[in-house]
Unconditional design. Structure first.
Length: 147
């Protein structure tokens, strides 16, 4: 008698990403860092805070990578509005600004992570952490202070 066994294969889930930065070159760095990782799919990009709010509301991405220094509406203001609409939004700030006061203020908003742009090599690890509900602080920041 022949019996069939069902083989379970793990389902690879792709998580969606909104990339918000006013510099096209930086958005290109993020696209390049994620292009070979099938776990992540960039569903939209935005270049200012207003676009970020609009796209975050419409698309509800799994992770929002948000620059702090945006034109017309700062990343801080955009994060506040995104989180007021969707308190479960997983936002990670990406910034060149590594001042402890800025990082502390940003994390108090309720974002899930803060990545220095100089630590872009940590991008995938940071996204993995915040997509799983963990907080992430850039390696270059944790060496300077406790957050």
């Amino acid at each position: 008698m022949l019996t069939r066994t069902r083989m379970r294969c793990p389902i690879a889930m792709t998580l969606t990403v909104l990339v918000v930065d006013d510099h096209e070159v930086w958005r290109g760095h993020v696209r390049a860092a994620l292009k070979d990782d099938r776990r992540w799919s960039i569903v939209a990009e935005a270049s200012n805070g207003y676009e970020a709010i609009e796209k975050a509301a419409a698309l509800r991405p799994d992770v929002i990578l948000l620059d702090i220094g945006l034109p017309t509406l700062s990343g801080i203001e955009a994060a506040l509005q995104i989180l007021s609409d969707n308190p479960q939004a997983r936002i990670m700030f990406m910034s060149a600004n590594g001042s402890p006061a800025m990082v502390e203020a940003a994390m108090r908003l309720g974002v899930r992570g803060y990545l220095l742009k100089s630590d872009v090599h940590q991008l995938v690890a940071a996204m993995d952490a915040i997509s799983q509900g963990e907080a992430f602080i850039s390696e270059g920041l944790t060496q300077r202070s406790d957050f």
